[in-house]
Design a protein around this ligand. Structure first.
Ligand code: HEM
Length: 540
């Protein structure tokens, strides 16, 4: 009798669970819901969403479910996603309705990623709050000032260093490429290029921590709530976070100390410390917004710059066209930003590289702050709107032959993307890759300028080529579809050749770097000498 009761009880529980599951299943997949992949109760649709190359799966679903809507819906462990695949829809939701669609989702594996509790640390990840508003203003003002001043010559200096490094240690190109981007940001922010290696490692540490392909706790979020003592993810993040914060603060204090003794040359941090009126709350917040600014200019630029190498190796005919343009316009000297209007082929190849291989392929999610109704569908508050850049940039109507590298789509009438005048267009500013509305990227000018200087310098100096296998004599592969799967991607390591275009170019590149290096040392020395002349205001 007792066992009969138990069996009966078991059957009742299982039946209840099955009925509950079926009801939840029907509710989730009602015929009038926004189209999208079939969802399972509690799980949503995570079971066949790969962590690697997630954007390809999102695009596959787009092709199946977006239809004429330009969006579809999915769900991950109870969180609703509206994946937007049409630019017009992104414009309507993220620009026209930006007022309540500009918040950010929480990144589970960071402490207070949105700064809801006042951490004030990561501007791009902040919710739409007071810290975000004032840090965005400061970042925008400093980057605009730097752009107007052509980055105080720092980009030209670092491009020359990079050419010399490529001549001397070509196989180290992946490192020296990123180090160039890092040295630029470290000089703009703290006037100290020697910080670049640490800053780069710190940047990738944060990027990994915030990416779905990073710690498992970003996907299986409940694991994050294990008690600290037995929670390896929280322990590791506490260490990473504290080290990064301490390093950012040490940078600010170093600048402050050097200012007191007249040894600090201009940089963003000195600019902040000299500013009388600022809404930033104090040194801690300042160290974060400045540290974050330095970091974000590293992994973002590394992507398109690395993909430039891939594009050029695979498309030598375009490489020749860019070299010809640079030679004709610059008459044997390195290109500068003043040459930008006269270098449309260089700009077209840069823009096409970013279209062909976008480095934030999933886009960055915005979170809705209010319930809304869009085209008859109810979108509840908290829905994450994902503007899928991979889909925008592979729209065959706007970009015929989307899988092919075709820079002429920006240069020749007849292509849907052609725009006049060629002295202005193509420009990468305003590309969908830089996001939308109130959260749109603040680094668009810096990205365009750095790519023009760096890719222009490469074209001036080198033929970028496949490396030969020493045994077979065949080209070693430069894969076009291998990368990491972080939120911001770059290609996996590969090998290639940087062949100086001539002995004269090689010698000139080395001479230009030697001159620039000597000039930099001289200017640094002069700065200290003048500031510390006897009777001067900084004499101790
Ligand atoms: C290829 C280069 C880059 C790409 C593709 C890129 C892309 C993006 C995207 C997609 C967003 C989010 C936009 C949104 O939520 O709608 C963003 C935000 C941001 N970007 Fe960039 N970015 C690049 C370079 C840079 C650089 C060089 C800097 C600065 C040095 C920068 C600074 C920022 C900042 C501060 C934000 C946060 C804006 C906010 O949340 O209000 N970015 N970027």
């Amino acid at each position: 009798m007792q066992s009969f009761t138990l069996v009966l009880f078991g059957v009742a529980v299982v039946s209840f669970a099955v009925i509950h599951f079926m009801k939840a299943y029907e509710e989730l997949n009602k015929p009038d819901k926004i189209p999208g992949p079939t969802l399972l109760p509690y799980l949503g649709r995570v079971h066949d969403l790969p962590i690697t190359f997630m954007w390809l799966k999102f695009k596959e679903w787009a092709d199946r479910y977006s239809g004429t809507n330009g969006f579809y819906q999915t769900d991950m462990l109870g969180t609703k996603f509206l994946v937007v695949t049409d630019e017009k829809v992104a414009e309507e939701l993220l620009v026209k309705r930006a007022k309540y669609n500009s918040d950010r989702p929480m990144v589970r594996s960071l402490f207070d990623s949105k700064s809801t509790y006042g951490s004030m640390e990561y501007l791009p990840l902040m919710g739409k709050n007071q810290y975000w508003a004032r840090q965005r203003r400061l970042t925008h003002a400093y980057l605009t000032g730097a752009s107007n001043a052509q980055y105080y010559g720092v980009m030209y200096h670092e491009a020359k260093r990079w050419l010399a490094r490529l001549i001397e240690k070509p196989d180290d190109f992946a490192f020296s490429l990123e180090d160039m981007a890092s040295k630029i940001m470290c000089q703009l922010t703290w006037d100290d290029p020697s910080l670049s290696e640490y800053c780069t490692a710190s940047a990738w540490g944060l990027l990994t921590q915030m990416s779905p392909a990073g710690p498992i706790t970003n996907v299986l979020t409940p694991l994050w709530h294990l008690p600290f003592a037995i929670n390896p993810w929280k322990i590791a993040e506490r260490k990473r976070h504290d080290e990064q914060q301490a390093w950012w603060m040490e940078r600010l204090l170093t600048v402050q100390r050097k200012m007191k003794t007249g040894q600090q040359r201009p940089c963003f941090t000195r600019q902040f410390l000299e500013e009388k009126k600022t809404s930033i709350s104090g040194d801690y917040e300042a160290s974060c917004v400045l540290g974050m600014l330095a970091l974000v200019g590293i992994f973002t630029i590394a992507g398109p710059l690395s993909y430039w190498l891939v594009s050029m190796v695979h498309h030598p005919e375009w490489q020749v066209k860019v070299q010809k343009e640079v030679d004709e316009v610059c008459k044997g000297r390195l290109p500068t930003l003043d040459d930008t209007p006269r270098l449309p082929t260089l700009r077209a190849c840069i823009k096409e590289t970013m279209r062909w291989k976008p480095n934030v392929p999933t886009g960055v999610a915005h979170e809705m702050e209010e319930d809304d109704v869009y085209r008859g569908y109810v979108l509840p508050k908290g829905t994450r709107i994902l503007p899928l850049d991979w889909a925008f940039l592979r729209n065959p109507e706007k970009y015929p032959e989307p899988e092919s590298f075709r820079p002429e789509r920006w240069l020749e009438p007849g292509w849907p993307t052609y725009q006049k005048p060629l002295s202005v267009y193509p420009t990468i500013k305003g590309m969908t890759s830089f996001g939308w509305g109130q959260r749109q990227c603040l680094g668009q000018s810096l990205t365009q300028d750095e790519l023009i200087v760096a890719c222009g310098a490469l074209s001036w100096c080198f033929n970028l080529k496949h490396k030969k296998d020493p045994v077979t004599g065949c080209d070693l592969p430069v894969p076009v579809d291998r990368s990491n799967s972080l939120l911001i991607i770059k290609p996996d390591p590969f090998q290639m050749v940087f062949e100086p275009r001539s002995q004269a170019r090689k010698e000139k590149a080395l001479r230009l770097w030697a001159e620039s290096d000597a000039n930099d040392s001289y200017e640094r020395g002069e700065f200290l000498r003048i500031r510390n002349l006897p009777g001067g205001m900084w004499e101790s």
